[in-house]
Design a protein around this ligand. Structure first.
Ligand SMILES: Cc1cc2nc3c(=O)[nH]c(=O)nc-3n(C[C@H](O)[C@H](O)[C@H](O)COP(=O)(O)OP(=O)(O)OC[C@H]3O[C@@H](n4cnc5c(N)ncnc54)[C@H](O)[C@@H]3O)c2cc1C
Length: 344
């Protein structure tokens, strides 16, 4: 039996804490229920023939600016199981509505390596491939084997192998060619029994030093990442936010050298042939860190995060983000791209 509600507040379903309503919401418990949802009486009118349909995980990467007049499919597909195993790796399939952190706990507690650096990223498993979540030198793309989804346009089940997902920095085919066209129902991960730890990012090594850990386990890494994140990032339960609001811009050699001449202190990381510029640094240099406009603010401890101090409307957060984009462009000639999905 499909659970369906009308005119429901999305306040509990987005970490920015934006209080808007959705006209229609269906709760998706199992992939097979999709058929019943799509055939629900009046469904195509509710969703304006699929153009007004949004799959929602935990709402930790969205900014709503208006009431949503179409259909929300709230993903609640659960389950984690081992598909295949040998002495080197394990293929684990997780339902797309599983909490990402529950999958991390599952892996870390069983000595399955690969996602320990992605500890405490909010959200669901099904959203992980969408923007290819990443942190502390690891991306979901490093461990995703395949993605199983329903294509709403073609009305067919599809399985995309890792390469077919076209992963890149905070990007994938699901944000481009397949945007709003698929419902991801499960993801298969290749986790390793012989860990290759990545320690070179964001203070992990320093923390290992402080704790006198010479030969770290994946449990150590997960614990350290959790500690760093808790100290650094605002808890959405207390201060509404969606993590990094913008992507770190990637520049080629020529553009980077010009910038470096004008701003020798610029914060960046070299990634292959490209230079990843710290968007937080750019925003801070443009004077926005800690800036507050009504209830919308550029977080005082980390300029890349915009926060809701109370009852900010989505439009207020958006307006602040646009001012920041303009001022960073005026100062550095760099167009910041939103990481958060704008639902307008
Ligand atoms: C405090 C904080 C810290 C964060 N830190 C990080 C970080 O370190 N690294 C990082 O990469 N991200 C980070 N994020 C962003 C966020 O956690 C991730 O993007 C996460 O994957 C979003 O999951 P979700 O279930 O909340 O997705 P939602 O916000 O619900 O959805 C995001 C997008 O994916 C689509 N979508 C979701 N599920 C499905 C599905 N099953 N099928 C099809 N489309 C779907 C939605 O339609 C929407 O467009 C952070 C967010 C917060 C609040």
């Amino acid at each position: 039996m499909i659970r369906y509600r009308e005119n429901i507040s999305l306040l509990p379903f987005n970490t920015f804490g934006i209080d808007i309503n959705a006209a229609h919401i269906f709760y998706l418990k199992a992939p097979e229920d999709l058929k019943d949802i799509l055939e629900y009486p009046g469904f195509s009118d509710m969703s304006d023939n699929m153009t007004d349909l949004l799959v929602l995980g935990q709402g930790s990467n969205v900014l709503f600016t208006h009431d949503f007049r179409g259909v929300i499919i709230k993903n609640e597909i659960r389950g984690i199981r081992i598909l295949e195993e040998n002495d080197k790796f394990v293929l684990v399939e997780a339902g797309s509505g599983e909490k990402w952190q529950d999958l991390v706990d599952y892996a870390v507690s069983r000595d399955l390596a690969g996602i320990e650096n992605l500890t405490l990223i909010p959200g669901t498993v099904g959203a992980a491939p969408i923007q290819n979540i990443g942190a502390y030198g690891v991306e979901a793309a490093d461990v995703i084997e395949s993605v199983h989804a329903y294509n709403l346009e073609k009305k067919e089940w599809i399985t995309l192998a890792n390469k077919e997902c076209e992963f890149s920095y905070r990007d994938s085919i699901f944000k481009r060619r397949l945007k709003n066209q698929v419902v991801i129902c499960s993801v298969v991960f290749r986790l390793s029994k012989t860990p290759e730890l990545r320690l070179n990012y964001g203070g992990i090594k320093e923390e290992l030093g402080k704790r006198n850990i010479a030969d770290p386990t994946i449990q150590d890494i997960s614990g350290i990442v959790a500690g760093i994140r808790r100290a650094k990032l605002p808890d959405p339960e207390i201060l509404g936010n969606a993590g990094s609001f913008f992507k770190n811009p990637l520049l080629g050699e020529a553009q980077f050298q010009v910038l470096l001449r004008s701003f020798p202190m610029i914060k960046y990381f070299k990634e292959g042939d490209l230079y990843k510029i710290s968007a937080g640094w750019l925003i801070e240099q443009a004077g926005w860190k800690g800036y507050r406009q009504g209830n919308a603010s550029c977080y005082e401890k980390q300029a890349l995060i915009l926060v809701n101090y109370g009852n900010a409307k989505g439009e207020e957060i958006l307006a602040l983000s646009e001012k920041i984009q303009k001022s960073v462009f005026d100062k550095f000639g760099i167009a910041l791209e939103r990481e958060v999905n704008l639902i307008s």
